[in-house]
Design a protein. Structure first.
Length: 91
């Protein structure tokens, strides 16, 4: 995805959540994510909670656990935010 967030991806997120999330907010949060964030369960849980707060969409502990498990099982490339977004959009 590079430095530009796909407008289609941002529109899909906003449509799915019914909220307005700005490109700037996504970039600010994304700038804090490191490859180790996806590999460290505590950091991954924190990221999920930050995304939940940004989208103003509550996420249950069961859903957090499902996302953590899916990320671990998928062998997700930690540098691929697009893959993570696609996986989460299916949730």
């Amino acid at each position: 995805m590079g430095n530009n967030i796909s407008k289609d991806a941002l529109n899909a997120i906003n449509k799915k959540t019914g909220k307005t999330i700005t490109e700037g907010a996504v970039k600010k949060l994304a700038s804090t994510v490191k490859p180790t964030t996806i590999q460290n369960e505590a950091q991954l849980r924190q990221l999920i909670k930050q995304v939940s707060a940004m989208a103003k969409v509550p996420v249950s502990e069961d859903t957090v656990q499902d996302i953590v498990s899916a990320v671990k099982k998928s062998g997700l490339n930690p540098n691929s935010m697009e893959s993570l977004m696609k996986m989460m959009m299916k949730k």
